[in-house]
Design a protein around this ligand. Sequence first.
Ligand code: ZN
Length: 186
Amino acid sequence: MSILKVARMGHPVLRQKCQVINPLTIKGSEIQRLIRDMFETMAEYSGVGLAAPQVHKPVRLVIAGGDADEEGQPTYRVLINPEITVLNDEDRLGMYEGCLSVPGLRGWVERPAHIKVKAYNEKAQLQEFELEGFPAIVMQHECDHLDGVLYVDRIEDTTRFAFEDEADRYLDLTGEELEDEGTDDD
Ligand code: ZN
């Protein structure tokens, strides 16, 4: 296994539309090694997800976390050729996102909170499932990478784009406004 070099914003590999993977090659050594190396790379940099183009491989493969099992241990899904369907565009969730390819920064992004995902897993099984909340946000962030989109493209209010340490000091990362904007009884 190897820890792979992570591409940073500005590298063209992050801005291209990634290639579809032939499902018949998923169980082959090349894709299996890429998956193992991506897991090792993600753990090394404490990521909650990682997309193949972030390690200079422009193919449609991501690892996405944000969920936990019954014992509270983080769980991750491998998704190949993922397709996302938004189930309710009105129901949106905002948070300060970060990205291993945009180190040291955080930005406020709002995305649909409830999605359906269809993808192959690492065993070449086609799966379909729904996600809500944080895991749905992580999934959309990672799948955006496959189309050359970074979270910074989705920031609407650039006053909510900040260096991580300043964000920790001055912004409420849970998403609540720091200023008291009156009563919050309703
Ligand atoms: Zn990212």
